[in-house]
Each structure stands twice: as structure tokens, then as C-alpha cells.
Design a binder for this molecule. Structure first.
Ligand code: SAH
Length: 203
């Protein structure tokens, strides 16, 4: 599947209809999700792999991985309402249940084994380093982690991975359009710089 085709399919995944501020439910826009999945695909981290999406929300990254040829994709989120939408989107895209499934729960207690994690965790705008447990769990679950992080804390995230004995093998950036969805956005910032990291465990 071409990246443009993947992007068009991912446009059909809805954002969360009633995002909760404390969970920092920022959806990844389809063009960015498609690019992120495609980079992982190009690096050999998607096709025939088990892919885990931590903080899956309405599922755009897990769905992207499944469409791009993952053997199995699993999305974890604390919010059952978001996962219901994710499941509906997956069904309407015709992805079989054996390939893509969802788990309701806290990322901190996820004990899953995967080849690759793809994730867009909370950015830590409400609570500094709210993404830390996601990075800890990601490295515990898979040897290769792709994470989208707030550009302002990307150096911190990179140091976290290095400190945890991983190697950051790639880092690039996106401009993320933020929906003016939360009450504290009295003057909505249109964009936020987001860094993407690829970390590899134990090398
Ligand atoms: N990955 C999705 C959503 C990103 S928003 C996308 O890219 O569009 C971050 C998600 O993390 C939200 O859906 C929120 O419900 C979830 N989340 C926040 N804290 C969590 C936790 N402790 N455990 C599991 N999910 C959590």
C-alpha cells in the first residue's frame, strides 16, 4: 500500500468526540500517522511484526500498522469510549479481529510482548513527563520503540532512552495541528512541534 493510500484510509479514523483534558487526548493527524507508520515500515519494523500502540485513543497508529502489514496489532488505552470508536473504525476498514485488537487498561500495567511499539502518548502539557510511564512500558514490551513526543521535552525523552540502556537511532520532527479543544486554550495555539524518536533496546 502506498503512503498516500494509507493516509486516505486513516482519514476515516475519527478523533475522540469528547476529549478529556487530563488524558491529553490529542489525535495524530492522518498525514502524520501515515508518515510515522511508513517510516517504521521502511525500517523493517512493521511487516509481519507484532505491533503495540500504547495510549491508542481512537486507534490511528494501530490501524495504520495493521493496514501496513503487521502480523498483529494491539492498542491499549485507559478510555473505553475511545477504543469503541477505534474498534468501529477498524471494522469499517475491513481489518480482521485476529489482526487488530484492543485492551482497556492503564499503560503502566500492560504486560505484553511485541516486536515494535508505535505510540503517541500524552504530551505532558498538563502534567510534566506524563509520558514517562509510556516510555518505561514501551521498552519493557518491545525491543524497538517509535514515540511521538512534545518537541520541548524531546531531549529529555532521548536522555531517558539512553539512560535506560537503549539507543536512539533516529529523530525527526512534525508540526502537529492542535484542535482548539481544551478549556485552557483560550488563545488556541495552532501548532505544536512534535519530535519522533526511534529507540532500540539493549544495544
Ligand atoms: N494514539 C492516539 C491518541 C493519542 S492521545 C493518536 O495518536 O491519535 C493519548 C492517549 O493516551 C489518549 O487516548 C488517552 O486516553 C491515553 N492515556 C492517557 N493516559 C493513559 C494511561 N495511563 N494508560 C493508558 N492510556 C492512557
Amino acid at each position: 500500500m502506498k503512503q498516500r493510500e494509507l493516509e486516505m484510509l486513516l482519514q476515516k479514523v475519527p478523533p475522540h468526540p469528547s476529549p478529556k483534558a487530563e488524558l491529553e487526548q490529542y489525535p495524530t493527524p492522518a498525514p502524520i500517522a501515515a508518515d510515522f507508520v511508513y517510516r517504521a515500515l521502511a525500517a523493517g519494523d512493521i511487516a509481519d511484526k507484532v505491533v503495540l500502540d500504547l495510549g491508542a485513543g481512537t486507534g490511528v497508529l494501530a490501524i495504520g500498522a495493521a493496514l501496513a502489514g503487521a502480523r498483529e496489532a494491539i492498542g491499549v488505552d485507559i478510555d473505553p469510549e475511545a477504543l469503541r470508536l477505534a474498534e468501529a473504525a477498524a471494522r469499517s476498514l475491513g481489518i480482521p479481529r485476529e489482526v487488530l485488537s484492543w485492551r482497556v487498561g492503564r499503560v503502566e500495567s500492560a504486560r505484553l510482548a511485541a516486536d515494535t511499539v508505535l505510540m503517541n502518548p500524552p504530551f505532558g502539557a498538563q502534567q510534566r513527563h506524563a509520558d514517562q510511564p509510556f516510555h518505561v512500558t514501551a521498552l519493557a514490551c518491545a525491543p524497538v520503540v517509535y514515540a511521538l513526543v512534545n518537541g520541548e521535552t524531546a531531549d529529555w525523552a532521548e536522555r531517558f532512552y539512553v539512560g535506560a540502556g537503549a539507543r536512539v537511532t533516529a529523530r525527526w520532527t512534525y508540526r502537529f495541528a492542535l484542535p482548539a479543544q481544551f478549556w485552557w486554550h483560550d488563545k488556541p495555539r495552532a501548532h505544536i512541534e512534535v519530535a519522533a524518536l526511534r529507540a532500540v533496546r539493549g544495544v
